[in-house]
Design a protein around this ligand. Structure first.
Ligand code: F0G
Length: 458
């Protein structure tokens, strides 16, 4: 029996044709791309699961908003619409639009880390980690240990390890910590949610020690949906009320709007501190653009104002998370290991378990990503030792805690048939998994190598 699939709460008006190459053609394409999925052209990909960021389908209302976008340099109505939507949802007095999540990080992180040494997060996303480092800080992950066991089915595996957080604050000295960050959902741990109880506790610890508490809000709506499903106190609350509750405990937030605000480009930054906001505006004007557009065109601001509201619609979220749950149920039936329970935006296949014969230094998750492309034209990516890169000091290869092949599902883009193709391809690959070969890097950049490295099959 096929697991339950929640039908799309929309119908399709505009379509984007897909081309399907033959297996031989795909083998040639991935070879020419040096076994790096970032080297593939999108027209050679059948189902693109590289990311759920900026790859989402906009609604008719958003496209209508695009036409209404006000391109004025200063004081545009579209800016006002974004501020209205964002204020209503997040309840912050000061909000600044920026062009994407990492732009918010670039503007804010140096302000938070001025004269400080550490930034602690449940788990940093790469760009957030990068901006903490570039601001002279040392980023420290502090996720609950349960996150590391992919077979454990617990409701909030994205949580901060609050006991360890207290110990770290004692060890580093509270005066040396610039910010405590909660990433919701916890992308690097497999899109795992964080509970309100954990947000409250971590925020209290931060505030008791005089440290600002920040939310990295990329997938805040999916996180709120999980809270509604899994945290007793909120089972009758609206998604918006849950979001309000989560954000109430934060002093500031950064947000990539390319995920849960269902736009192709955009970001937000929020603070409650007027003096900090003045500094944010100055940096925004220098790096992003004037405060009323923040690096965005008016049409993108308008789409964002609308997408923010669509992203917290419960019917949409039920269908959206339902797509992931449907795939997860099929993977369970097939005995394919992934980070369980399934998170909000992607299936994180446990490549360590699927390809136990490939050691971490031959990048099992990247090897599986390559095979999935060959098998069915599916593009996923490595979240493992290949992406982790070398140690910046010793330049030695490092073993990652996880070897995930991440298969992201873009919002409102693919149908159940596409999802079945992804699962079927994994099932097919599992049958002959022992024949899959590891990879070797033959050329790599000194930082962020996974985007451009060239590899060879062993
Ligand atoms: N924070 C989190 C948790 C993210 O997942 C991302 C992006 C960012 C910040 C940065 O936002 O891309 O708008 O600058 N994640 C994408 C991904 C790229 O594929 O997971 P951005």
């Amino acid at each position: 029996m096929k697991p339950n699939y929640i039908a799309e709460p929309f119908r399709i008006k505009s379509v984007e044709p897909l081309k399907m190459l033959t297996r031989e053609e795909r083998e040639a394409k991935i070879k020419a791309a040096h076994y790096n999925v970032f080297g593939l052209n999108s027209q050679d990909v059948y189902i693109d699961c590289l990311t759920d960021s900026g790859t989402n389908a906009m609604s008719v209302n958003q496209w209508a908003g695009v036409m209404l976008g006000d391109e004025s340099y200063a004081g545009a109505t579209s800016y006002q619409h974004v501020i209205e939507s964002a204020t209503e949802i997040f309840g912050f007095p000061y909000i600044q639009p920026v062009h994407q999540g990492r732009a918010a990080e670039k503007v804010l992180m140096p302000l938070l880390l001025e004269g400080k040494k550490y930034a602690i997060a449940n788990m940093f996303f790469d760009t957030t980690r990068g901006h903490a480092v570039m601001a002279g800080g040392i980023p420290v992950d502090c996720v609950v240990p349960e996150a590391l066991d992919t077979s454990l089915r617990l409701p909030f595996k994205g949580n901060m390890d609050c006991k360890k957080l207290v110990e770290l604050i004692k060890e580093y000295g509270k005066e040396n910590i610039g910010v405590i960050i909660m990433t919701i959902t916890n992308n690097s741990a497999g899109g795992q949610p964080v509970s309100v109880a954990n947000i409250r506790e971590a925020s209290k610890i931060a505030h008791d020690n005089g440290i600002p508490f920040m939310i990295d809000a990329a997938r805040y709506a999916e996180n709120a949906y999980f809270i509604k499903q899994r945290e007793e106190e909120f089972k009758n609350a609206s998604i918006k009320d849950i979001v309000t509750e989560c954000f109430k405990h934060a002093d500031c937030f950064t947000m990539s709007a390319k995920k849960d605000a269902i736009v192709n480009m955009g970001g937000l930054l929020g603070t409650r501190d007027k003096a900090l906001f003045e500094k944010i505006k100055q940096r925004c004007i220098s790096f992003e653009g004037f405060v009323t557009y923040g690096g965005m065109s008016g049409r993108d601001l308008e789409a964002l104002a609308i997408g923010l509201k669509e992203g917290i619609d419960e019917d949409f979220l039920r269908y959206r998370i339902g797509q992931l749950e449907y795939m997860a149920a099929r993977l369970d039936e097939a005995g394919i290991a992934y980070q369980t329970p399934v998170g909000g935006h992607a299936i994180f296949v446990d490549a360590k378990k699927m390809l136990p014969h490939i050691p971490w230094y031959q990048y099992p998750a990247q090897a599986l990503a390559v095979e999935l492309y060959k098998e069915a034209g599916i593009r996923g990516c490595d979240i493992g030792s290949y992406m982790l890169d070398r140690d910046p000091v010793t330049h030695k290869e490092q073993e990652s805690k996880f070897e995930f092949t991440r298969l992201c599902i873009a919002r409102r883009v693919y149908t159940r048939a596409h999802l079945d193709i992804i699962v079927d391809a994994l099932i097919e690959l599992k049958k002959s998994a022992s024949k899959i070969k590891g990879l070797k890097i033959i050329e790599e950049a000194p930082v962020l190598r996974h985007f451009t490295a060239k590899l060879e099959q062993l």
